[in-house]
Design a protein around this ligand. Structure first.
Ligand SMILES: [Zn+2]
Length: 389
């Protein structure tokens, strides 16, 4: 998160609009004009002018305020604002909900910094907000999101058709240098239950979070059938203490990550061995090129473009053509093998060394097919049947 601005100060700071701002004009009426106290038709008693940004441009909004015309009615001293006003922009905001959501989305879904958001608002929407102002909206967005996330009624609705739940816990570092955020997440509904920043994740502190998850599950009336996490000691002891009957499984992702390290090390070692064994490509290529040059000198017609125009195919030495295409095949094999040796693609599930072995075996099989074909009197090159190196 960015610098902590003094947000109360920003809150009271009115936005300064340039004199030539081209506002669109919106007008809002009170829809239900019956006085809440006496039922009489209310009158317009005042207008409130508001200015704010929307993604479509700046807006001037006029809200017609109503009150009861009867001076003896309690509804006379109060004013009623148009019902729709808060659905466009909250009171005192310099932006509409659309800009607010845009900022929150860029900040939390795209992880943009506040200066980045500020510049993009200027560049794409001509919306001029200061950094402290954006920080304030980001903070409000976060507050609303947290309130919604912890609304038990919404949660109860989401879990209506669910009997058994699966819980996970993990520590995340949201940004470098910040405390680790411990997140409890429920897997069947893919919902973050809560997140608590812990400066030091001691076993009692972590156990407190697991106890909180237990309490939530009890409030919802759901049975926890499984816990999934990495095998951090605090998780193992905390889950065993709060959920003695519930199995605790090692997270697939963490397991794979931990297993991947030795696998990739062994694979990398195997790769080095293979590279050591398959060598001498350059020597083969040089020999072939030399051979080609020499045969070209003996048969100048083949490589002389001027001559080729006038020489018919029958007059070309068939022996020389065969040598030429054999050279091309050898060079192509060399290129393929070099490509295979330089290929570092793949990961723990498809290790580069295993890919290399498979590709080298394919080349060997291909060469063997060529040799077999030659023995059988077939002159056709097998290059077309090659696997992609
Ligand atoms: Zn009244």
């Amino acid at each position: 998160m960015e610098t902590h601005w003094n947000t109360t100060e920003v809150d009271t700071m009115p936005h300064r609009w340039p004199a030539d701002t081209d506002f669109r004009f919106w007008e809002l009426d009170v829809l239900d004009r019956d006085c809440a106290s006496c039922g009489r038709m209310m009158h317009i008693c005042d207008h409130r002018y508001r200015h704010f940004y929307t993604l479509e441009g700046p807006v001037e909004l006029v809200c017609k305020l109503n009150h009861c015309p009867n001076p003896d009615c309690p509804g006379h001293a109060k004013t009623k604002s148009p019902e729709m006003e808060a659905t466009i922009a909250l009171p005192a905001w310099a932006i509409g909900w659309d800009v607010f959501c845009w900022i929150g989305h860029r900040r939390f879904a795209r992880h943009w910094s506040i200066p980045q958001i500020r510049h993009e608002l200027i560049d794409s929407y001509a919306i001029e907000l200061t950094e402290p102002c954006i920080a304030l909206y980001v903070q409000r967005y976060q507050t609303m999101l947290a309130a919604r996330q912890q609304d038990f009624e919404a949660m109860r609705r989401q879990y209506e058709g669910v009997d058994d739940i699966i819980l996970t816990i993990d520590g995340l570092q949201p940004e470098k240098g910040h405390e680790t955020l411990y997140v409890v997440r429920e897997l069947t509904q893919k919902r973050v239950w809560f997140a608590v920043p812990l400066l030091s994740a001691t076993a009692p502190e972590v156990q407190r979070l697991i106890a909180q998850a237990k309490q939530w599950a009890e409030i919802l009336g759901k049975r926890v059938i499984l816990w999934v996490s990495d095998k951090q000691d605090a998780f193992v002891t905390g889950i065993a203490a709060e959920f003695p009957e519930v199995p605790h499984r090692y997270c697939d992702n963490h397991f794979l990550r931990d297993a991947a390290k030795p696998v990739l090390e062994a694979d990398s070692h195997a790769k080095v061995q293979m590279r050591r064994k398959v060598r001498g490509l350059r020597k083969i290529e040089q020999a072939v090129l030399k051979h080609e040059r020499e045969s070209a000198e003996q048969n100048p017609a083949i490589n002389d473009p001027e001559a080729t125009l006038t020489v018919s195919t029958e007059s070309v030495n068939p022996k020389a053509t065969e040598v030429d295409s054999a050279c091309a095949v050898v060079l192509a094999y060399c290129t393929a093998v070099r490509g295979i040796l330089n290929d570092d693609q793949g990961g723990p599930l498809n290790p580069p060394g295993l890919r290399m072995t498979a590709a080298l075996n394919d080349v060997r099989d291909s060469i063997q097919r060529n040799l077999d074909a030659k023995k059988g009197g077939l002159q056709k090159s097998n290059l077309a049947a090659w696997p992609r190196a």
